[in-house]
Design a protein around this ligand. Structure first.
Ligand SMILES: Cc1cc2nc3c(=O)[nH]c(=O)nc-3n(C[C@H](O)[C@H](O)[C@H](O)COP(=O)(O)OP(=O)(O)OC[C@H]3O[C@@H](n4cnc5c(N)ncnc54)[C@H](O)[C@@H]3O)c2cc1C
Ligand code: FES
Length: 504
């Protein structure tokens, strides 16, 4: 029987933290208890800034708790494109920032004695298509030009996968980890040195005030800080306009036990659909994690078919004894492949980090270094490349315009009722969808007991129509990636308000 949920979030003895119950004054408020938020908070607290982390759910309940957990500067194919689009120096800064991010992750684990199964492994990006071998050669050459030790091979047995490849690029000395044990360790270390963590505390707004403080409002009180870092995967509400500069993209994962030893390396295909693998150490020598099948949030209703497809590939590739876990999660993609890190446009004391393109462990730790430098008012040579206020090159602008046109169509199309509606009575147990109920159009889900759970099927961020996601039993917004559960509670930002029907 496959459990639906992240393989990393199965521990029962995880530490928990109280919620905010009084107003607070601090030097730094960090919104979001994922990799970026906790790493930044720890670095800043170590430098003497009195820091509080406000987390809407529990530590690691965001994408970091659902990641593949590869810590690598090999980001599928990126370096040849970065050199071509942004120039060699910018590409070199991206590479150096990510190598520094990896080193920081490893150093913090060692200093704080975090047992997160950090394990060194080579990372491969491969293709099965002989016509794409030259892309891998260019990638390896660009990576080497930037100081990364990449090698390329066209031997069929270039990787330790149980099938022949046409070519593969190999990065040595990368590593993988258990991201939740890592974050729990960072959280423990942060509180040990005096930082504060508040769970179940959702920020609803971030506002710079005339008295040069920033007020972070929550339903339980206000935190006033000299500076704020918004590390909520995508900044909440309208901050910085990042909702219009990124696209939300989901991926699917499973953790399986094989009857034979799993490949010890980390691998990712450059072909479509993506197949990413790494060892799952807790399950012994046959443990493997497989991730892939990415698509834009809210664009697929029958998401169960994507789990099935991933499982079919895994079973046809390896000798699978059992698939123990399956889960999905999302990240935000930028048009120029570089995350946004730094001061949010229109703000003096609010910093952001977003758009990690599904490579947010090394990039996220690098972001924490850059944000801490900003907080401490130190220069940082990478910041210009990751600049949070950039618009991008002509190709990025064209792509942004296309994306936003699509969002406009989604908004109008959804409200003109192109989405399928049926009578509430037609929903079978376990089914959800847009239905007519007492003259209203509502989002409804009928649970296994036959009870109907209804929501307002309009996103509380900017009003786009919501789509039913059958495997996650959630309401997903294709415009900017907000997601809600069947009661209307927020699962993913940028929204900060529920869509429960009594909120109308
Ligand atoms: C399936 C998948 C696999 C991936 N695999 C890899 C990989 O192998 N290697 C890699 O480098 N990257 C990978 N990534 C990307 C990487 O996991 C993410 O980029 C990274 O974890 C993002 O960290 P974060 O701290 O920015 O966000 P998160 O971990 O999402 O943390 C944000 C936190 O903010 C909280 N929050 C949201 N709104 C509010 C609010 N209003 N108030 C308070 N708190 C709030 C959330 O609850 C959450 O805990 C993967 C991504 C996906 C989707
Ligand atoms: S996330 Fe922006 S409208 Fe839904």
């Amino acid at each position: 029987m496959t459990a639906h949920g992240s393989v990393w979030l199965t521990g029962t003895d995880r530490p928990s933290y109280a919620a905010l119950d009084v107003d607070l004054d601090v030097d730094l408020a960090v919104v979001g208890g994922g990799l970026v938020g906790l790493t930044t908070a720890l670095l800043a607290q170590r430098e003497g800034f009195r820091t509080v982390v406000l987390e809407a759910g529990r530590i690691a309940s965001g994408t970091t708790g659902y990641t593949t957990g590869k810590v690598t500067s090999q980001h599928t194919l990126i370096y040849a494109e970065l050199v071509a689009r942004h120039g060699e120096q910018a590409a070199a800064h991206y590479a150096a920032a990510n190598v520094a991010g990896m080193e920081l992750l490893a150093r913090l684990a060692e200093e704080a004695q975090i047992d997160a199964d950090l394990t060194s492994a080579p990372s491969y990006a491969y293709t099965l298509d002989p016509r794409r071998g030259s892309e891998l050669e260019k990638e390896a050459a660009a990576a080497r030009q930037l100081g990364l030790a990449a090698t390329v091979s066209d031997r069929p047995d270039s990787t330790d996968l149980p099938f022949d490849v046409a070519a593969a690029v190999r990065f040595d000395d990368q590593f993988h980890l258990d991201p939740v044990r890592y974050l729990d360790g960072l959280a423990h270390e942060l509180t040990r040195i005096g930082g504060i963590i508040l769970e179940h505390t959702r920020a609803t707004s971030v506002e710079e005030r005339r008295d040069h403080t920033v007020a972070v409002s929550t339903s339980a009180g206000t935190v006033r800080a000299d500076q704020v870092v918004v590390a909520t995967l995508l900044p909440i509400n309208l901050i910085g306009g990042y909702f219009a500069r990124t696209r939300p993209s989901r991926s699917y994962g499973l953790a399986a036990r094989l009857r034979t030893p799993a490949p010890a390396s980390m691998t990712i295909s450059i072909d479509s659909p993506t197949r990413s693998t790494r060892p799952w150490l807790a399950a012994g020598p046959g443990g493997i994690i497989v991730v892939g099948n990415g698509h834009e949030t809210g664009a697929v209703e029958d998401t169960m078919a994507l789990y099935q497809d991933l499982e079919d590939w895994t079973r046809s590739t390896f000798d699978v004894e059992a698939v123990d876990y399956r889960w999905s999660a999302q990240d935000f993609v930028t048009t120029d492949k570089i995350p946004y890190v730094g001061r949010a446009p229109g703000h003096q004391q609010v910093q952001v980090a977003t758009g990690f393109n599904k490579w947010g462990l090394s990039n996220g730790a690098a972001a924490a270094i850059m944000l801490t430098d900003l907080i401490a008012d130190r220069p940082n040579e990478w910041l210009d490349v990751f600049r949070a206020s950039r618009i991008g090159d002509a190709k990025s602008v064209a792509s942004l315009l296309k994306d936003n046109l699509q969002v406009g169509k989604e908004f109008v199309g959804g409200h003109l009722g192109k989405h399928r509606r049926r009578a509430a009575g037609d929903l079978q147990p376990g089914q959800g969808g847009i239905v007519e109920l007492d003259g209203d159009t509502v989002g409804a889900y009928r649970d296994e007991k036959g009870d109907l759970h209804t929501v307002t099927p309009t996103c509380s961020h900017l009003g786009c129509p919501l789509h039913w996601n059958s495997a996650e039993r959630s309401w997903d917004c294709n415009c900017h990636g907000s997601r809600f559960d069947v009661e209307g509670a927020i699962l993913n930002s940028p929204a900060t308000r529920s869509i429960a029907r009594d909120q109308d």
